[in-house]
Each structure stands twice: as C-alpha cells, then as structure tokens.
Design a protein around this ligand. Structure first.
Ligand code: PNS
Length: 164
C-alpha cells in the first residue's frame, strides 16, 4: 500500500515551474503524491509556511492524486509516520548532485526501508530555483515564466511588500 505513495519534500519558498515539472511527472508514476513542506525553525524563509502551503494547493489543484502536507524534524521520521516508502527529488545541474547524494545516503543510513528516487528536471527548468524567483520578483522583474500562473500575484505581492 505504502509503495503507492511518494513524498516530494522541500522548502517550496515559493513553488516554481521546476517543482511543478517534478510533481506532474511523479503524479503520472505514482497513484498518490504527497508534496511535503519542511517547517524549518532555523530558516524562516521569505514566505510563511501557511502561504507556501496555500500556493502549492492552488498550483496542484488540477492534479487529483496530489496532496500537500507539512512536516518538521527529520524527513525519515515523517516517512515512517506516514508509512510512505519513496522520496522523490529533482536533479537540475551537477551542482545539485553532491548535496542530494549526501541527503539520500544519510536518509538511507537512518531508514534503509525508505528509497530516494531522482528525476532529472526538464531542460527548460534546469536553471530555475526558488531563490532566483525571489531575487527577480523583489526587484519587480518578470517571473511569469518561472512560477505557476495561479500564484503569480501572491508571489509578487509578498515579495514587493504589497500584501504581507
Ligand atoms: O527544497 P529544499 O530546501 O532543497 O529541500 C530540502 C529538504 C527539505 C528535502 C531537506 O532539507 C530535508 O529533508 N530536511 C529535513 C531534515 C532532515 O531530514 N535532514 C536529514 C537529511 S540530511
């Protein structure tokens, strides 16, 4: 049963078209995808967790088998709590590899029953990151190519201080 579920964890500060690429493709491979937002007390982020969850829910509303959740602490504890066995992560450039390799190894060491699967990000999203989106939006640049259309205004308003 739990093999039907994959968890796509991340900060999603905010969700980008790169994240949506992975979520959409994972949703074709697994009966159920849980997008899990890390609540990290050590890293406040630019968007509140509430806002990140709302934006993700809007962006994933058309995907029937995707649901959005949050977790704190260790990812492997969340996996054990929910019974999910598969973590999905996207890989963009070589620069992602080292960090992802370390996380997957550490997680495997702590929880050998949990598997991490990597998907290569589609080429058109390879350069995209939440931090790039934040940087551009803060200076009023055009981010419409980078975030799902339904959250465009949310992102702009929050980052330009129009709607805190
Ligand atoms: O979107 P991000 O910031 O690249 O996602 C990183 C995330 C949330 C997947 C990772 O930091 C994580 O799983 N944090 C939870 C703490 C944990 O389990 N750490 C052990 C792995 S090194």
């Amino acid at each position: 049963m739990s093999h039907n579920v994959c968890v796509y964890p991340g900060s999603f500060d905010p969700v980008t078209k790169g994240h949506m690429d992975i979520i959409t493709r994972a949703a074709k491979l697994f009966p159920e995808v849980v997008v899990a937002v890390l609540i990290n007390p050590a890293k406040a982020g630019s968007f509140t967790v509430e806002k990140r969850l709302n934006m993700l829910r809007k962006a994933c509303a058309h995907l029937e088998n995707v649901r959005v959740d949050h977790f704190d602490g260790l990812l492997v504890d969340y996996m054990h709590k929910t019974g999910a066995k598969v973590v999905v992560r996207g890989l963009r450039a070589v620069s992602d590899f080292e960090n992802e390799f370390q996380m997957a190894q550490v997680n495997h060491q702590m929880a050998p029953d949990v598997e991490t699967l990597f998907m290569m990000t589609s080429p058109e999203c390879a350069y995209l990151s939440s931090s790039v989106v934040r940087e551009i939006a803060r200076f009023d640049g055009d981010i419409s190519d980078f975030v799902p259309p339904c959250i465009l205004e949310d992102v702009k308003n929050t980052l330009t201080g129009n709607n805190q």
